[in-house]
Write a protein that binds this ligand. Structure first.
Ligand code: GUN
Ligand code: FE
Length: 429
């Protein structure tokens, strides 16, 4: 019996399908060797000797998954929110990211981010760092020590970016990426690896063809997953069309280098304007969409057709897109996903039914969690990532179902309502 073997008692809710919750009041959730052994109305005989932590009356749900955020942008979140994407990148994002050349600055900024993430409801994240190798390794050290699970990418960008942030050429960018991967491999604690690398070409406008070819080779050598941006904003898409006249769509500009799903586990952030061939590429190649509704509103990008993606069987999770989004909590992203799905009808998409509470909860847990393996559920065998929430301060004077309580927690809770947080059965403190 180890420290990752115990039983939690409380009111338990988790997704069992895209549109279905499993709810069990006053029940027992067993953690065995860092994995869920299931939810029970009585503790099964073989687990009766395990420590029981009594959270009677509290809500117990899987940890939330943020499939897309930019670590260096946490520092300036909630600034420049009246700008559009490309202007915001130029005025706010790029000048701030250039500062991460200075590791002392990076240490201060990244420490604040990791402290925020530890206190919030997210248990796993896919993160863009910057082009800088030392600062990216430092972020990975901080995340490793936090107990949260993450994938972090040293960003690649060798064109259309300001001096001080643009890598000299493709060879320099690939060389730095190799150095980052090799230094990460040297320091990796093989027993308990919370933080791993993910290849991160920023987006097509900031990566030359030579760089994309080099990344494709690296991907095959190191067998790494990949994250990037796709079809976020109309000005950006028009720019990609100019830069890649030979590509039939934005997604094809990645596919040509074999950096778009299939053998490469891939997350594409946004996909606001994806349709037709690009949607078919997402589906066929198993690419994950990171839906970032708050960012898409803040940066005037648009409203992603998530209902269509779900109907087509495309994999979807949620992203805060710090600092396109100003808030790290994926609870907030869930509510915004519902709001945007309802506003879509005013674009003429009257045939799309809005997303439901059950669906957005799925997207923020199991939907995104599946990118990490068996994550985002309490079904037996899933990794034990759990939040215990005290929702009594907003309990109404009438009885609520567990589903109703979950919906209210999405809209009304903040970090103060999280009374315990577990990742892989370990406590986050
Ligand atoms: N596209 C390229 N870089 C970025 C970024 O930092 N944020 C967002 N939202 N979109 C991008
Ligand atoms: Fe982004």
């Amino acid at each position: 019996m180890g420290y990752r073997d115990f039983v939690l008692k409380g009111d338990i809710a988790y997704s069992i399908a895209k549109d279905a919750l499993c709810t069990s009041e006053n029940s027992f959730l067993v953690c065995s060797d860092g994995k869920s052994a299931g939810v029970f109305s009585q503790v099964p005989a073989q687990y009766r000797q395990l420590p029981l932590i009594d959270y009677t009356g509290k809500l117990i749900i899987p940890g939330l998954i943020d499939l897309h955020l930019h670590a260096p942008q946490f520092s300036f979140r909630a600034l420049g929110m009246d700008l559009e994407l490309l202007d915001w990148l130029k005025v706010r994002a790029f000048p701030e990211e250039a500062k991460y050349q200075d590791t002392a600055y990076a240490l201060r900024a990244y420490t604040a981010l990791v402290e925020d993430l530890k206190k919030g409801p997210n248990t796993r994240c896919c993160i863009f760092a910057t082009v800088h190798v030392p600062a990216t390794l430092l972020l990975m050290d901080l995340l490793e020590a936090s107990g949260l699970v993450s994938l972090v990418g040293k960003v690649n960008m060798d064109r259309n970016s300001p001096d001080g942030l643009r890598e000299t050429d493709a060879a320099a960018s690939i060389g730095a990426t190799r150095e980052w991967l090799d230094r990460y491999a040297e320091k990796k604690d093989k027993k308990n690896t919370n933080c791993g690398p993910i290849l991160t070409p920023r987006f097509i406008p900031s990566c030359t063809d030579d760089l994309m070819r080099g990344l494709s080779k690296l991907q095959k050598q190191y067998r790494l997953p990949l994250q990037s941006h796709l079809s976020e904003n109309q000005r950006e898409i028009a720019w990609v069309r100019e830069l890649c006249p030979e590509s039939s769509c934005y997604g094809d500009a990645y596919t040509r280098f074999d950096l778009f799903g299939a053998e490469v586990p891939t997350i594409m952030a946004h996909c606001v304007w994806t349709e037709g061939e690009e949607m078919e590429l997402l589906r066929r190649r198993g690419v994950y969409v990171a839906h970032c509704p708050q960012s898409n509103s803040n940066l005037a990008s648009g409203m992603a057709p998530i209902r269509r993606y779900l109907d087509a069987g495309i994999a979807v999770g949620l992203g805060s897109d710090i600092a396109g989004g100003a808030h790290t909590s994926i609870f907030r992203t869930m509510t915004e996903a519902i709001q945007i799905s309802k506003l879509r009808r005013f674009t003429g998409a009257c045939d799309e039914t809005p997303l439901t509470m059950e669906e957005v909860f799925y997207l923020g847990t199991l939907g995104g969690g599946s990118f990490f393996g068996q994550v985002g559920s309490f079904a037996a065998g899933y990794e034990f990532d759990a939040l215990v929430m005290d929702d009594t301060s907003f309990a109404p004077p009438f009885a609520l179902t567990l589903g109703d309580r979950l919906e209210r927690a999405m809209y009304l809770s903040d970090d103060r309502h999280i009374i315990a947080k577990y990742v892989r059965g370990g406590v986050i403190q």
